[in-house]
Structures are given as C-alpha cells and as structure tokens.
Design a protein around this ligand. Structure first.
Ligand code: ATP
Length: 766
C-alpha cells in the first residue's frame, strides 16, 4: 500500500511540476447549503453552477422579484433575461458534492508532494465567513477513518506514509509542526500556553519567519492531530450570525519536512515547508450585525484581507510592479514567500451557494480570479544551510555515539579493572598462604633445630663418655684444635659484636649530645622570650601610665584654660565697667600677659659619626638645648672658616696675583739681564756672542713651552710640533723672534705653564 501511495504522490508532484503556470493555482469550492439556507417550504436552489470540466463556475445574478429559491428558478427559466451570468475559469472548481478526499487528492496532494521534494508550498483558504474554509483545511474529526478529515490530517498522513515507504536506510527524516494565529494584527503561538505577541523576521537563507515560534518534532499523524486539537482550542473563535463557530483569526499551520540522504561521503539535504493557511472569513458588518469586540475583530480581518487584495493587485500589475505592499499587514508579510516568491501556492476560495450570499461569492470569485495571474518562482531548498535541525541532530547523534562508545570503552576498562582487582585479591591470598606456609616451615625448622641440638647435646654427653683410641675425646688433638678454633671464632664474633655495640653507643651519645644542645638552645630561647615578654609588659604598663598622666595633664590644662578664659572675660567686663564710669586703670594694675613656660626644645648634637641610640628608648644618647646647639654650630663655623682659609692659602700658592708674578718674573729677567738685552735687541743695539747665545737659549725654551702649553690647552696637538728645530739659530732670526715677543707674551706663557702645573697637582680643586 505504501508503495502505491508513494507512486501516486510522486505522480501528483510530477503533474504539479510540469506546469509552470501551476506555481500559483487557484481552486474554487462551493460548499453545500447549510440548514439555515434551505427554505423548509420551497427547498434550495444554488446560484453557483459548476461546469462539467470542473474548471468553470458560473454565478447566477438574479434581477427579478421572486422571494424564494424555487420561484426564482422558475422565473429564470421563464425569463432568462432576468438573470446575469458571471462565468470564470479556474484550475479546479469543486461543486457542493465534492468530497474531502477529492479536494485533497486533486488540489492539496501535489503541494504535499512538492514539499517532499524540497519545495515550499502554501495552501491558502479564502472566502466569506461560514463558507467552509476551516472545514476544508481541518475537517472536524481526527480519526483516520473519518471521511470528513480535512487537508491537514490527510497531508500529515501522506507525509508519514511516504516516510514509512522509504526503505533507504541512508535516508533520514524529521517532521516539525508549528501553529500560529494572527488575531487583531498580533501573531501568537497556538501551541504554547502564553499569548506573547511574536514578530516576523526575514533572513536571506531562511526567508520570512516568525521569531520565537515553537516547532514540535512529530513522529506520527496522531501526534500532529494532538497538536492541532491543542491549537484549535487556543484559536480565537466566536459564534456569529453567519457561523456558529466562526474563526476570528487567520490560522497558519506549518509543516516542515527535512530529508537527509547520505550517499557515500556526501550528504543531500532537502527541506520542504508546507503552510496551510485558514484565513478568517471576510464579512459585511452590515449583514452580520457585529458590534463591540466583534466589530473590532471584523474591521481588523477586513483590513488584512484588503491588504492581501492589494498585494495581489500589485503582483499582477505587470506594468507597475515596483512595490508590493507586503508590509501593510502581518498576514501579507507572513505570506510574502507564498505570494510571488519561492513557493508553490494554491489558493482555495470558498463560496456559499446561497442566493443571499451572491455578492460575497461574486466578490470572492473575482478576488480568486485576480490571484490566478500571480506568478511564483519556487526552487528546491537543496542548498539549505548545513544548520538544518536534522543536520544538527545528525551531528549531535554522532557525538552521542562517540560518547557512548567512549562510555562502553569505560565499561570495558571497568571490567578489566575488576579482573585485575580479582587477580590482585587472588595474589594477596596466595601471598598470605605462602607466608603462612613459610611460618609453618620455619616453626618446623626451629623445632627440628631444637631437636637436633638436643640430639647433639646427647651425642656430646655420650661422646664424652666414649674413648677414642683409648683416650678421652677431650684429650685428643683434634678435639683441642676444634675447641680452639671454636673459641677463636667465638672471640672474634664477640669482638665484632662489641665493636658494633660501641659504635652504636657512640652514635647514641652523639645524638644525645645533639639533643642536649637543642634542648639548651630551646631553653635559652624560652628565657629570652620570657624576658622579652616581661619587658614588653613593662613597656605597655609604662605607656598606659604615661597615657594616663597625659590625660590628667590635658584635663588640668583644659581646666586652667577655661579658668583663664573666665578670668580674662571678667577682666574685660570690669575694664568696660571702669571705662563706662570714666575711671582710668593705672599701668601697675594691668594684668601681665601670662607666659606659658614651655619645655625647652632639644636638638641632636652635630656629629659626623653615627649617632648612638639608646636601644631601650630609641633616643640619641645626648640632646642639646637651643643655646648649646647655637654655640656648637658657631664653633663649627669658626672651625670651618679656618679650614677654608687654610685651603685658600694653599691654593694661593699656585695662583699668585698677577702683579706679583709679573714683578717676580720681571725682576728675575732683569736680574739675568735678558730683558735688557732684549730691549737692546729691539732697539737695534749690537750684543756679543755670549749674550746672543743666552737669548737664543731663552727663546728656544720659550718656544718649547709655548708648544707644550698650547698642546695641553688643546689648541694644537703635541705631534703637530715641527720636528726640525725651529728655534732661532741665527742672530737675525733670534732678533726677529725676540722682536715679535713682548714681555707680556712671555709672562702669559709662563703663567699658563704654572696653571698647567697646578692642575696636575690638584686637578679636582682647580
Ligand atoms: N463541504 C462541506 N460539507 C459539509 N459541511 C460544510 C462544508 N463546508 C462547510 N460546511 C459547514 O459549514 C459551516 C461553516 O464552515 P466553516 O466553519 O468551515 O466556515 P469558515 O469559512 O471556516 O468560517 P469562518 O470564516 O467564520 O471561520 C460548518 O458547520 C461546516 O460544517
């Protein structure tokens, strides 16, 4: 049976797919007349005539005056001109005799098939209130044998049959269901107890969706039926003039089928989504007589339906299709994919066959006729993102399998552990048995040994009684040798033992001494601690005592201050009284300022050495009064001044006053007669050879000094000094040089030389 179902489903799908036009299908269903529409006296005559091809419908617009269906029929028959005929063609038209199964098979089934191939599909029920939308979509019984089951239960059955008929073990399915309603422009989840208003979102990959809408994984048709029943109870319905249980909200039942097929290494995922939309019925408030809450509901319903009409109008307006007003209502926003998008949509328009509903039926037919022109562009959701629920479950399952394997591994390990523990216990038992056997054996051995000793004793005794070769055994040389050997061994053993004992004793003595030392140390530490504690206690007591004294003094001082303040204010008071009476107070009577005696401030003595601190009180050993301190510092200044003067004097040795140097040097030069000779030379007076040599030597020395001084001062480098002797060696050059040099120049050179010497002696102080 499953196979047959599968084949027929595939066939339905193929038919559906073959026609591009059928991406948006429109079917009309004329429901049977309701009891209230049938005139008990004259019967009922339908205004909707369905063509034999089941593609056309004609609505009869009677213009006559007959008041009942029978009379109207008669009148039309007799006067055909009294009737206008409105004929329209659709993908399918069901007359009032069409059964639920028929409607499902021809209209809904292809949509179901397409979702199994990974398409999005929508079945949309539209029509005036009470025309059979809910009946067609849901039906009223959820028994799988009930012939009045609607599209939803049948679709679900088909989906599960398809899944069951799939014998490919590499193919996995997941079916999820959601159920929502749009009531008064608020979206709420019919499968949840709360009535939180949900929002519509759009994502590139996911398309349009309701955020936070619950999705229920279902594994059988009965589970879906339970969800539907739950949703139905939550759906806003009311008893209206036109329908005992009129839906006051648009309801959308969503079925998502995920298919995951693993082929070798690759995985193919298909996700099909079926929206089954049961719209709230449009109604003419005038006819229904709605007021209050019902009126508000009606307005909202009509508004959203008119938004739906606007969207359709915009979609079919091929000339000006720039803007489609999807966002004008929640309904159109939600159906954005279904209307002109990635979806195979089937609109099912329901009409009443009753004469009284003619205008509504005609309006519905016209609406459906417009919708016929909508073109959708569905595509298989194959390249759906890898985050599909099934994929996630698959991954999760994989992880769980691994975890299970690990756990199983754990179990194996546990078994191994238990085995090892058992083995260990056996080993322990063996060991104990072995020890026991060993002990028994050693007891036996000791016993044997004892017995052997006894025997030996006995033999000895007996031997001592015996004679060997006519001699007593003690007298034999063998016995003596053996005896000596025995004695020697015993002595050796005794000595060894004694040595060991001595060693042990020494070690014990050492340990004892060490322990004694520790003990002494600890005792000493204890004494120190006791002493320190006592001192600390004493100090604490002293501090407390001092604090108390301080408090007492503070108190007394405060009292004195208060008393003084009182006295002062009294004096001021008296003074003012005296002044008021014009009496001058003599100077002698003036109260002297109270000079508070203060403890003289103390200063530390000046010392370059480290200050000795009294360990007990942390004070310097000696403190000076201010006067003493001033004296001390004055003394210090005197000493330092002397020191500085001495240093100055020393320094002055190297830095003689200019005039003094000049005088000395000039005197020296005069003494040597050189300057005179120079002057003579400058004056052009002839000098003798000796004099010339003398001058030449001096000039040569001056020349050298010049060089070295300039080198020292950094003006030139020593190595730059010419190698050849540039000192004047002729009378003429000597005279020229001498002429060039003045006395001041010579003195300046000499002074620089002195400075150089001084720097070498006291480089830091210079
Ligand atoms: N094809 C049908 N066969 C038998 N009874 C039908 C059929 N269609 C509708 N009915 C009956 O008509 C009445 C109204 O139907 P239904 O509630 O489905 O209308 P509706 O379009 O969903 O109304 P509303 O928009 O107010 O919710 C119900 O009692 C239902 O049983």
């Amino acid at each position: 049976m499953f196979l047959r179902e599968r084949e027929s489903l595939t066939h339905a799908s193929t038919n559906f797919l073959n026609s591009e036009k059928e991406n948006f299908k429109v079917a009309i269903r004329v429901r049977p007349p309701l009891e209230r529409e049938i005139d008990p006296a004259y019967g009922f005559s339908s205004i909707a005539k369905v063509g034999n091809d089941q593609n056309t419908i004609t609505l009869l617009d009677y213009l006559g005056s007959a008041t009942n269906d029978m009379a109207r029929e008669q009148d039309i028959y007799e006067n055909p001109a009294l009737c206008n005929y409105h004929t329209y063609t659709f993908d399918h038209v069901y007359d009032q005799n069409a059964t639920q199964v028929e409607v499902y098979e021809t209209t809904a089934r292809p949509a179901v098939s397409s979702i199994l191939e990974g398409y999005n599909a929508t079945l949309l029920a539209y029509g005036q209130t009470g025309t059979g939308k809910t009946y067609t979509m849901e039906g009223f019984k959820y028994d799988s044998n009930d012939s009045q089951r609607g599209i939803i239960p049948r679709a679900v059955e088909d989906i599960f049959k398809f899944i069951e008929s799939t014998d490919n073990s590499n193919c996995k399915f997941m079916v999820r269901a959601s159920y929502l309603q749009i009531y008064n422009e608020n979206i709420s989840d019919l499968l949840k107890n709360d009535r939180v208003s949900l929002q519509i979102r759009e994502e590139k990959r996911k398309g349009v969706f309701v955020e936070g809408l619950s999705e229920w994984a279902v594994r059988s048709p009965s589970e879906i039926c339970s969800l539907m029943q739950k949703g139905e109870l939550a759906r806003a319905t009311a008893c209206t003039k036109m329908n005992d249980m009129s839906s006051r909200s648009h309801a959308v039942f969503i079925l998502i089928v995920e298919q995951l097929t693993s082929v070798e290494e690759s995985t193919e995922i298909k996700v099909g989504k079926l929206n089954i939309v049961d719209l709230a019925g449009s109604e003419r408030v005038r006819v229904t007589g709605a007021t209050g809450k019902r009126l508000e509901e009606s307005k909202k319903i009509n508004q959203s339906l008119s938004a739906l009409g606007n969207v359709i109008a915009a979609l079919i307006d091929t000339k000006n299709r720039s803007h489609v007003p999807y966002r004008d209502s929640k309904l159109t926003r939600l159906l954005e994919d279904s209307l002109g998008g990635n979806c195979k949509t089937t609109m099912m328009a329901m009409i009443s066959p009753a004469f009284e509903s003619f205008s509504e039926s005609l309006s519905t037919i016209k609406f459906a006729n417009r919708a016929k022109n909508i073109k959708n562009a569905p595509k298989i959701n194959e390249d759906v993102d890898q985050r599909t629920l099934l994929r996630k479950y698959e991954i999760e399952l994989q992880k769980l399998r691994i975890a299970l394997e690990e756990k199983s591994q754990g179990v194996i390990d546990m078994q191994k552990l238990m085995e090892l523990e058992e083995e260990m216990r056996n080993c322990e038992a063996d060991k104990e048995a072995a020890i026991e056997a060993l002990e028994r054996r050693s007891r036996e051995y000791l016993q044997e040994k004892e017995e052997k000793n006894k025997l030996e004793e006995l033999i000895k005794k007996m031997d001592s009684q015996m004679l060997i070769g006519g001699k007593k055994i003690e007298d034999t040389p063998q016995f003596r040798t053996a005896l000596e050997e025995k004695h020697r061994e015993m002595r050796e053993e005794y000595d060894n033992r004694m040595r060991e004992i001595e060693k042990e004793r020494e070690m014990i003595e050492q340990d004892k001494a060490q322990i004694d030392r520790y003990k002494q140390l600890l005792l000493r530490q204890r004494d120190i601690m006791i002493a320190l504690t006592a001192r600390l206690n004493e100090r604490d007591e002293t501090i407390i005592q001092l604090q108390e004294d301080l408090d007492t003094f503070d108190k007394i001082q405060k009292e004195y201050e208060n008393s003084l303040q009182n006295k002062n204010s009294r004096i001021e008071q008296l003074d003012m009284i005296l002044k008021a009476h014009g009496i001058e107070v003599p100077e002698d009577f003036m109260v002297p300022d109270i000079v508070q005696e203060k403890e003289p401030r103390k200063y530390q003595p000046y010392s370059t050495n480290e200050i000795n601190i009294d360990q007990d009180y942390h004070f310097p050993l000696q403190m000076l009064t201010a006067e003493e301190k001033i004296n001390e510092l004055s003394q210090l200044i005197v000493e330092k001044t002397k020191e500085i003067e001495a240093l100055h004097r020393n320094f002055s040795k190297f830095e003689e006053p200019k005039e003094q140097i000049d005088t000395i040097k000039i005197k020296g030069l005069i003494k040597n007669g050189i300057l005179m000779k120079l002057d003579s030379l400058k004056a052009g007076i002839d000098i003798n050879k000796e004099e010339y040599g003398e001058i030449n030597d001096i000039l040569k020395g001056v020349y050298d000094t010049c060089w070295s001084t300039l080198a020292y001062l950094g003006d030139i480098k020593e190595q730059d000094k010419p190698k050849e002797n540039l000192a004047p060696n002729t009378k003429e050059t000597a005279i020229n040089r001498a002429r060039a040099l003045t006395v001041d120049e010579i003195l300046s050179i000499k002074r620089q030389e002195m400075r150089k010497n001084l720097k070498q002696i006291q480089p830091n102080n210079y």
